[in-house]
Design a protein around this ligand. Sequence first.
Ligand code: AMP
Length: 402
Amino acid sequence: MKVLVINAGSSSLKYQLYNMENETVLASGRVERIGMDSSIVTHEPPGKPDVTQVSEILDHITAVKKVIDMLTHPEHGVVASMEEIDAVGHRIVHGGEVFKNSALVTADVKQEIRKLFDLAPLHNPAHMMGINAVETNMPNVPQVVVFDTAFHQTMPNTSYLYPIPKVLYRRHKVRRYGFHGTSHLYVSQQAAKYLGKPLESLKMISCHIGNGASATAILDGKSFDTSMGMTPLEGLMMGTRSGDLDPAIVPYVMNKEDLTLSEVNSMLNKHSGMLAISGISSDMREIVEAMGEGDANAKLAFDMYTYRVRKYIGAYAAAMNGVDVILFTAGVGENSNVLRKAVCEGISFLGVELDEERNNIRSKEVREISTDASRVKVLVVPTNEELLIARDTYAIVKGESK
Ligand code: AMP
């Protein structure tokens, strides 16, 4: 069975085609600048040269058509015809409280996703355009939706409720949902497999640290708490997002600086975090480089960033009354030995002992970076959200309920 995984944004659409017999990627690529005058299509079929084209792609229907053209092209294509694609899996950011698992796309499911537009106004409408575009281009192909929030639906109400008037939860579903769920689930499964132990037997703290960052406490194989909240703004300090802050700052700053709601929202999401503190960049590579050159603001940004990761690890160890495994994943977590060292150095009281040599090894595989004597195992686990989406899609289409 071949499964096409799609991550549709408002002006971009990323894709990967999987052969599920051996879980290999047949091709991947992206369409960027949808709706703008010169859209860019990049198609990467392993074993063949990459293809980049500039063309006019005014909507998602045309973007999906272009993806199909690429996948079935006589030269750079990887399948003979569209009929070889058996199912399509979509990444959906917000599944609210309705979606506790992945689901086959039906009219009812689409309606439920539409109801969640308010909670994820930048993401869910774009995902829906992706679903509709596939429906138009591939009318007989089953589609599955996989939600970033679904894994966290197991959180107890002590974790997910905010201590504010309950009417806001009842009327408007104001609660914590958590994100990066597909990644936290995938890496926790990989970590358990690597350690040769059932996931249910391990108390894990998963640190997904990329442009966006979140930590998750995983107890009995389920998400017990996670740092992102009703939106992906809560929790850890991020590239351009503030993470946790005193909510009273919002009205105070709006008043003092004469800012509108949308301006303050943009300040906290796009102009805060590491970018704001360093004054240099939101990219960890540039921060580490500037720090190496003695830049004090870059060092402050790095120190605040790692301090906040440590605080969450401490909080989650307390929340679970212990921790067996701490894992790092995503762009920064997988690649920055400097960040991992800074985080782990400050938490030796938990029984964490980092092996510097192991920490410095670069690899695409799951690896242990703690010493053999370390009470807590520290792992680096490359994430692969697309593969988990493909697996869920395959299972649901084959009729194995998720
Ligand atoms: P992601 O959102 O998971 O794609 O992660 C993207 C982030 O990973 C980038 O913004 C970089 O800051 C970070 N990153 C990628 N490679 C490295 C590296 N070698 N060292 C430090 N950070 C990295």
